[in-house]
Design a protein around this ligand. Structure first.
Ligand code: GLN
Ligand code: ZN
Length: 772
């Protein structure tokens, strides 16, 4: 049984118009029954299969991945193997199965139980749910959703390939349960988990699956806390066992997001499985190793993570190179699942046709894989015209106006290291003295609640129902309210509230040259949530000031310092689709230069404190340890290029949305911001000790309450966290702020919470005054 000539490793599951989001959210709200939800999902899966055949995959040859998920693929696996945390056990059926209601409760939490934690899936902007595994976890098959989908496809005339997170990756992505003893690692449970996988494989075979795909992306990552050697040993054990499983479909092990370590590559090539998929976009064609003559190799030459049409000729050549390894068969594929890209370029009528001709979303990428597969089967001549078309599009893109902007390049070329350096600490401290800030200054992270009214006004303005001057005067009223509220609460450093921003990246993308915004380009970020990343296609420049009008209006309303609020270069890149025709570092510098101009204009307008948010700094960290230093070097340099022109008297803040500092702590210090606010409340301030140990010399604002939940922290709670910070760090360095922006919160809880923050701060101030 051969493998098809082309495949994709997974397809977006949210639907072209986010149908799954609508159905799932309607179900949560009680407006759609469970059977109706199941029916909507089945219909979506049916449409996906039909569409993939239309795009060139085969209906009956296992080239179509069965990669649907209601919420998350890692949660799907946890539920399939019965590995749910203790607190959810009560939601199981008597027969041991885990109903859909329990699945959603584990994903979202309920009144009594917090949900699983969520974290980034490799170096993407997709978030998975983190399984909690301990010595007490019982693995047992609990339901048959995967097999049911195979049967559903069969009965509609399709032989599809179910896609499951593989056992090594499942455990490597898990965290120890709260009952686990010190030193326990989920990967220690591999041998107990494998028999359950074997059972699932048997069920899939019985349901009619001829191939199964096991995603083992953990084998490419050096960022999961397990060594290459450890992961390789686990993979050897896993595939020795699963290969020997008595009744199973053929197994394709897929490794995306980077290249396999040499040892993992050798181990998988020798394992008793039938096929391997490699990410040839992020890594080279590996060296020949024993065992390949028995294997199918799927060359992931179509980039699954970006939206460019790309270089089809180079992809074809890489497949030829892969062929030279002497495998039994070479097939064409995507480097990762296509879940990271939107559905279809044809859904973007507003984009300039020329830009559109350079793009490929999931549907176009599927067609590219199919084209390459045709070439593999019929020979290069069969696809010569396609390759010529792709060449022409690439050439057109290289030449098109705006892709390269001489002025931007000249300016960047003239920069010198001095442009990245701010005045000395002493000079800055002296020049900022007149800001007149008290000990333990209080502030917020930037956004105030984005009320339904604000969103409605923006939508009406977008549709042309609300004129620009009426909209702007509405926003000015909103800003005035927010400023007044903060004065009344007694905060020290104020913000304007960001009411004018739909999103902290898109807002800037809409105002910068070089970006385009899509209409339907949704990409799942977690569960039912999707974002619409902008497309960064050309050299970046700033046609006009962006935030200066709003910030200076806000400053005119108060005598207290008003923070100017910008999104940093790395975050703008991380949350956009970036160009693939130059190093990311160069693109980052272009964005940084535009921000540098914005900062100069803010200063001219009398803004004394400017915050440049970099919540995504850690998220782009490469999976390979060897690539991390250079990433950290250029990302820090981009931030410093943005902020390095600020005068000594300007206080530069930054904000980071996480509390795992480990490898990035030196980089954070190197940003050289005067004040850094970070998330701390969810971990009860644990990060404060790390910061203290690292010897941070500037201001630090460890969040004193968690803004992710709609609950009001008590004065005592806030005071306790604040005291912890005040004990661990030099008092002069400590700032008081929430964990993150307040845009997702309601006004009632926000006002009460901030009131408690101010009271708690006064209490701690009084206490330290009494001690000194
Ligand atoms: N300034 C932004 C806000 O307050 C920061 C958001 C973020 O860190 N994600 O909304
Ligand atoms: Zn944040």
């Amino acid at each position: 049984m051969t493998f098809p000539a082309a495949t994709i490793l997974g397809y977006p599951r949210i639907g072209r118009r986010r149908e799954l989001k609508q159905a799932v959210e309607a179900h949560w709200a009680g407006r759609l029954s469970e059977p109706d939800l199941e029916a909507a999902a089945a219909e979506l899966r049916g449409r996906t299969r039909a569409r993939l055949v239309e795009l060139g995959l085969g209906a009956g040859d296992s080239s179509i991945p069965e990669s649907f998920s209601y919420y998350d693929q890692v949660l799907d696996l946890a539920v399939a193997v019965g590995a749910i945390p203790h607190r959810f056990e009560a939601l199981r059926e008597r027969d041991g199965s885990i109903p859909l209601a329990a699945y959603f409760a584990i994903a979202r939490g309920d009144d009594e139980r917090p949900p699983l934690e969520m974290t980034k899936w490799f170096d993407t902007n997709y978030h998975y749910l983190v399984p909690e595994i301990g010595p007490e976890t019982v693995f047992s098959p609990s339901g048959d959703r995967f097999a049911a989908q195979v049967r559903e496809a069969r009965s509609a005339g399709f032989v599809t390939r179910p896609v499951l997170v593989g056992p090594v990756t499942f455990l490597a992505l898990a965290k120890p349960s709260s009952d686990a003893p010190e030193g326990f690692r989920p990967l220690d449970r591999l041998d107990d988990l494998l028999p359950v996988y074997a059972e699932i494989l048997a069920d899939l075979a019985e349901a009619g699956a001829e191939w199964v795909q096991l995603d083992e992306h953990a084998l490419v990552s050096q960022a999961l806390g397990a060594s290459d050697a450890e992961l390789t040993r686990a993979a050897e054990r896993a595939y020795e066992a699963l290969g020997a499983a008595p009744s199973r479909p053929r197994v394709l092990v897929a490794a995306g997001y980077a290249s396999l370590s040499d040892e993992a590559w050798a181990a998988l090539a020798a394992a008793p499985i039938e096929a391997l998929a490699l990410d040839l976009h992020r890594g080279p064609v590996p060296a020949p190793v024993p065992g390949l003559a028995e294997k199918v190799l799927v060359g992931g030459v179509v980039d699954g993570r970006n939206i460019w049409r790309g270089d089809l000729r180079a992809a074809w050549e890489r497949l030829q190179e892969l062929r030279s390894l002497g495998a039994r068969q070479v097939a064409a594929g995507t480097s990762t699942s296509l879940q990271h890209v939107p559905h279809d370029v044809a859904d973007e009528p507003d984009l300039a046709p020329r830009l559109r001709s350079w793009l490929a979303f999931a549907d176009q990428k599927t067609a590219q894989a199919a084209t390459l597969g045709r070439g593999l089967t019929l020979g290069a001549e069969a696809i010569a015209a396609d390759i010529a078309d792709a060449d022409a599009a690439l050439a057109d893109r290289r030449e098109a106006p705006g892709v390269r902007d001489g002025q931007v390049r000249t300016r960047l070329g003239r920069l010198s290291p001095g442009d990245l350096a701010r005045p000395s600490d002493a000079e800055r401290a002296a020049a900022q003295q007149d800001l007149g800030l008290p000990l333990l200054p209080t502030t917020t992270i930037g956004s105030f609640p984005q009320t339904a009214e604000i969103r409605r006004a923006r939508a009406r303005h977008g549709r042309g129902e609300l004129g620009t001057s009426a909209y702007e005067s509405y926003l000015r009223d909103e800003i005035s309210r927010v400023v007044e509220l903060q004065e009344e609460l007694g905060l020290d450093v104020l913000v304007h509230g960001e009411a004018e921003r739909n999103d902290m990246v898109q807002y800037f993308a809409e105002h910068l040259q070089g970006f385009a915004v899509t209409r339907n380009g949704w990409v799942q970020s977690y569960g039912s949530r999707a974002t619409r990343p902008s497309i960064l296609w050309g050299d970046v420049s700033r046609p006009a000031p962006i935030t200066v009008g709003w910030s200076s209006f806000a400053q005119s309303l108060t005598a207290r310092p008003m923070k100017g609020m910008l999104t940093g270069p790395v975050t703008i890149l991380a949350w956009s689709f970036v160009r693939d025709d130059q190093p990311l570092a160069e693109t980052a510098d272009q964005v940084a230069l535009a921000l540098r101009d914005e900062i100069a204009d803010l200063e001219d307008a009398g803004i004394r404190i400017i915050q440049v948010d970099e919540p995504a700094l850690r998220e782009l960290l490469p999976l390979k340890a060897a690539q991390q230093p250079s990433y950290l070097a250029w990302s820090v340099a981009a931030f410093r290029l943005a902020t390095g022109g600020a005068a000594a008297r300007t206080q530069v803040h930054t904000h980071l949305c996480y509390s795992e500092f480990d490898v990035v702590i030196d980089a954070i210090a190197a940003l050289d911001a005067d004040v850094t606010s970070i998330e701390a409340a969810r971990s009860r301030g644990e990060v404060i000790d790390d910061i203290a140990a690292a010897g941070f010399s500037h201001g630090v604002g460890p969040g004193v309450y968690d803004i992710h939940a709609p609950r009001v922290p008590s004065v005592d709670e806030v005071a306790e966290l604040l005291e912890r910070a005040a004990d661990a760090l030099p008092l002069r360095q400590v700032w008081v702020n929430p964990d993150c922006g307040l845009k997702t919160r309601g006004y009632d809880e926000t006002v009460e919470s901030l009131r408690n923050v101010v009271v708690a701060t006064e209490r701690v101030r009084a206490k330290v005054a009494a001690l000194s």
